[in-house]
Structures are given as C-alpha cells and as structure tokens.
Design a protein around this ligand. Sequence first.
Ligand code: LEU
Length: 499
Amino acid sequence: GGAAKEAFSGRTMFIFAAIGSAVGLGNIWRFPYVAFDNGGGAFIIPYLVALLTAGIPLLMLDYAIGHRYRGSAPLSFRRLHPKLETIGWWQLMICVVIAIYYALIIGWAMQYTVFSFSKAWGSDPAAFFMNDYMKVSDQVTIGFDFIWPVFIATAIAWLVLLVVLMLGVQNGIGKLNVVLIPLLVVMFLIMVGMALTLPGAAAGLDALFTPSWSALGDSSVWVAAYGQIFFSLSVGFGIMVTYASYLKPRSDLSGSALVVGFANSSFEILAGIGVFAALGFMATASGTQVSEVATSGIGLAFIAFPAIISQAPFGTLIGVLFFGALAFAGFTSLISIVEVIVAGVRDKLGLSRPAAVSLVVLPLAVISLLFFPTTTGLNLLDVVDAFVNNFGIAAAALISVLLLTSGFTALPTLRDHINSVSSFKLGRTWMIMAGGVTPVILGYILIDQLTKTVAEGYNDMPQWFVNTFGWGMAVGIVVIAYLLSRLPWSRRTGDGFTS
Ligand code: LEU
C-alpha cells in the first residue's frame, strides 16, 4: 500500500521542472566568477570535459534510479539495495545544507530588484553591500546580529516556497516552472542583449574568454569545473532522482537528459557573456581593467552589477531584468532542493504532503533565518558553499558511483532500464564514462584538494571556523545520514520492491 504517488502530467512538465532546477544561482551568480577565477577562457575545457564525462552521464544515472525505483532518494537507493539507503540520506543532507544558504541569496536578489529603481547602493556598491547592506562583521565568527531587511526578504522566499510545495508536484512545482522558465529566458535574453550593446562590452568578453592555459595544470581548476557541473546540473544529490520518480512509466529518459544538460550549459555560457559584457562596460567607463572590477568573488553579482546599473543607459531596466531573473532562477532551484527533503521524509514516515512539507520547511526556514541574514552570515556562506560543493557533492557522487559499479551490478540494470524507455540508446560509452572515467577523475581531484585544504586551510579563515562549518559540516552530514538510515520505515510506504 502507501500513499498514491504524485506525478507530473507529462514529459514537458518534467523537462520544465528539471531545467528550472538546473538553471539557478549556479548559472548566473556562480558560473561567471568561477570561470573567471579558474583560467577564464581555458576553463571551458575542464568545464566541457566535466559536462560530457560526468555531468550528462550522471544526469542519466540519476534519472534512471528515480524512474526505475520510483521513490525519493533514500527510498530509491534502498530499493536498489538496502545497504545503499545511507547514500540517499547523504544526498538529502547535502540538500539541507544548500537550501539554508540558497534562500539567502534569493532574498538578496529580490531586494536588489527593488534597489534597482532607487539605485540604493549610491556611488560605492562594494561598500554598500559589505557595510551598509550585509553589515559584514570584521570577525569571522557566528553571531546572531540580524539584519532585518535581509531577514524579511529571506523569510518571504521561505513563505512562498511553503505555499508552492503545499500545492504539490503538478499544481505547485510543475505549473510554477512552466510559467517562470519561459519568463526567465525572455528576461535574460533581453538583459544580455542590452549588455552586449554597452560600450566596452568586448573588453569584458576578452577577459572572460582569454585563456590562461597554465590553469589547466592546476587541479583546483578541475575541482572547480566538476563542482560547477554537478551543482549547476543538480546532479548527484537527489534532485533528479526525486523529479524522475514523478515521471510517468514510459518517458524518454536519455533524450530528456540531453535536452536539460545542453539547455543548462547554454544558459550558463549566456550568463557568462552577459555578466562579462557588463563588466567590460564598467571597466571601460571607469578606466580600469576588467580584472580589477571582477575580483569580488561571491559579491560579483551584487557589487559589480549595481555599479553597471547606475552608469548604463536604461540601467534600472537592466537591474530589474538581471536581479528578477536571478530571483526566479534561484526560486525554481530552491523548490527542487527542498522537494528532495520533503519526498525523503514523506516516504520514510509515510506522511501526507502537507504534513511532510510543514515538518521540513519550518525547521529549515528557522535555521536558515538564524544563521544567514546576520552580520556573520556572509563568511559562513562562503565556507559552507565551498565545502558542500568541493567535498560534499564530489565525495557523495564518487562513493555512489563506486558502489553502483562494484558489487551491486546496478549499472547494466539501469542502462537497460533507460534503453527500454528512451529514444537515445546508451551503450558501452555511457558505462565507461559513468562507471570508469568519472570515479577516476573525481577520486584524483578529491584527494588532491583534500591534501591542499588540510595543509593550507581555507581562504585565510580561522581554523576553528573552517573545522566546524567546513569539515565538521561535511563529516556531520554523513553521520546524520547513517543514523537516519537506521530509523525504521513507515509501514505505509511499503518499501519492498518487486519488478
Ligand atoms: N542547479 C542549481 C543551480 O545551478 C543548484 C542546485 C543546488 C539546485 O543553481
């Protein structure tokens, strides 16, 4: 028995939702600075290698798991093999960590959409963001000094999320994406078009695309590329497993993965072009180098863009389109992150949707609001984002793939499952990529990155802070995942699997 399984009405709905999840802050807020920091034009090589060897093959793997075993991440992995349940909870815990900081950035984006009208940041957007807006404390620590406007914006994001998730898979998640994704694409295309016509745009594109080849020898660049691909495609932490479990039995899986994978990367490169065209304008207008204006890492979108908005013709329109698109893109991704947790908790405890949504969203919102819209939230965001991406997602992906290839002989079963429903058939190449190439590369870069971060620390931050919120968080979620896997399942879920 068990509660009737919810579903998307069709493959189009699913593809919109999957693109909605993939296209997010990662594409607009993260990709441009990651690409710029990691070799500029040369980054395209590790990026494409990561997309083709790991991103798309693992996207198909995620789809296959969710679609064949028809459950949340913990339930699907359990049905695959009872010993694998912990992997599902580990992926779910990664979503918990991402959700609590992701909502903050959506809050910023909503607020900056409004700021675009008054150009609230004045003549020094960097000082505004750090000192007036986020009031960043000069001590790297945890404090509960709330910044109320940011708190309220973040709370609004959580509230809307609560409502949409209550509406369910088809009427909430599906419909929201069908409306927001086309809107987002149109807004973004207009924004990029406007940015490209600004004087100096070419200088920005030069800066982004001029390759620094030496970067290719640096393993951290490869880590960044794989991390970016996993994050950006929403691969390896339960999202695509969950969404695919809502797909009707006969649905083209590999074809959908190709559509989603290429749509996501196209959007990402478009975002890079738009952001750097705008940076080129800003550098030209202020008579400096693009590298001078693009050095602000996390703050790129919230420091560089405001300056552009203040100076460019039709700046307010650029601002509304850019920050509005950022908020929409972020929101359709946050939905998918939180749905992983809702689905897992729901399956395990045998709850109704409203009960599971309340049980998940309320505590998450409280944690998110306690730690992030504060004067110390920005450094915490930096550490948590780096560790969950560079270690959490990569390590979880590595271990899942290793387990699926060794001992459990799951890959051939999953390939056959994909081929039985899909137009694009998978052969040996897929098995070699997913089961051979990906784990070797992931294993290498993980070890290299681990030794480096252990030896050098992270970003000159105090060691206790990195130990607690970086390493401690990364290890802590694995322990929690294991404990959750030990809890009994609700009898209502009927987690046995026969086929
Ligand atoms: N894929 C999303 C993005 O690019 C992130 C994910 C965690 C949902 O922002």
